[in-house]
Design a binder for this molecule. Structure first.
Ligand code: NAI
Length: 331
């Protein structure tokens, strides 16, 4: 039998946590033959709720779930974890400035970086979900210098999946027949959902999305803003943020990272920029990546037209500003 993998979920008493932990315990993240031990962290005001989640995990009697650690102690939570999904964070409340939210989250990610660096298993893979996701991941990376930068990522797979969903609806094709959309940049409304390299499997072979949609006006405007604004649209409809789709996409992100992307297919991940596509090095930026043997690689050599170039730069500029703001909060 395989040895259990320890998976940390921070903010586990929250909305996304409640959707995510049963998926992990059912094998959605790591596969149906991979036993898991869940580590759940939250803060003391949520301790009772967290214990309730633990009770439900016991009650659900998941065959793959070999243990549950539920704690408000970051060191205990991080000890020995092989995968860390960082969902915990401070939400923006009415009347709060962007800088106040940034300041709260940056200090959380700075201290959790140290706990992970000291106590996680060697080669622990980290996925930051909590907003501002890219910048939280960057802070985590900078304050956990012994964790290799390739092990620290942020979630833009939800945006990637939203783009697939929009194309699927527009063309009335199965989402599983569409591939190679790209989310570039920040997990924010400046992200650039790019379909220029995306294709659809049809009875007549693989066809470019752009050729099938035959409506550049829609692709260059409404499609992009729909994906960019989808999070806000869900909040408006549900009065709560997207939790089901965020949890499912977090599982997709880790599964593809660990088990690999299918031949000829890429996905979007927020990763530490090496300067590819002229994106400034030293930002956590969403790129198209392929994964093999537990490592991601940025897809190289894609053509970037003038329209796209501007959008790649705009979202990079926002990330540079966020980075400066984050550092000003720390000093
Ligand atoms: P939530 O407010 O329901 O849950 C957050 C949980 O984090 C709460 O239980 C809270 O007590 C906990 N928490 C706060 N500080 C903590 C700390 N220092 N350590 C551990 N836990 C802590 O929020 P929800 O809806 O679950 O969203 C979580 C985060 O994910 C938010 O920042 C949200 O903006 C973000 N998000 C990101 C998405 C993405 O695609 N990257 C998509 C949707 C949400």
């Amino acid at each position: 039998a395989k040895e259990a993998v320890r998976v940390l979920v921070t903010g586990a008493a929250g909305q996304i946590g409640y959707a995510l932990v049963p998926m992990i315990a059912r094998g959605v993240m790591l596969g149906p033959d991979q036993p898991v031990i869940l580590h759940m962290l939250d803060i003391p005001p949520a301790a009772e709720a967290l214990n309730g989640v633990k009770m439900e995990l016991v009650d659900a009697a998941f065959p793959l779930l070999k243990g549950v650690v539920a704690t408000t102690d970051a060191v205990e939570a991080c000890t020995g974890v092989n995968i860390a999904v960082m969902v915990g964070g401070f939400p923006r409340k009415e009347g709060m400035e962007r800088k106040d939210v940034m300041s709260k989250n940056v200090s959380i990610y700075k201290s959790q970086a140290s706990a992970l660096e000291k106590h996680a298993a060697a080669n622990c893979k980290v996925l930051v979900v909590a907003n501002p996701a890219n910048t939280n991941a960057l802070i985590l990376k900078e304050f956990a210098p012994s964790i290799p930068e390739k092990n620290i990522t942020c979630l833009t797979r939800l945006d990637h999946n939203r783009a697939l969903g929009q194309i699927s609806e527009r063309l009335s094709v199965q989402v599983s027949d569409i591939k190679n959309v790209i989310i570039w940049g920040n997990h924010s409304s400046t992200q650039y959902p790019d379909v220029n390299h995306a294709t659809v499997k049809t009875p007549a072979g693989e066809k470019p999305v752009r050729g099938l949609v035959k409506d550049d006006t829609w692709l260059n405007a409404e499609f992009i803003t729909t994906v960019q604004q989808r999070g806000a649209a869900i909040i408006k409809a549900r009065k709560l943020s997207s939790a089901l789709s965020a949890a499912s996409s977090a599982c997709d992100h880790i599964r593809d990272w660990v088990l690999g992307t299918p031949e000829g297919t890429w996905v979007s991940m927020g990763v530490y920029s090496d300067g590819s596509y002229n994106v400034p090095a030293g930002l956590v930026y969403s790129f198209p990546v392929t994964c093999q043997n537990g490592e991601w690689k940025i897809v190289q050599g894609l053509s970037i037209d003038e329209f796209s170039r501007k959008k790649l730069e705009l979202t990079a500029d926002e990330l540079s500003e966020e980075k400066a703001l984050a550092y000003s909060c720390l000093s």
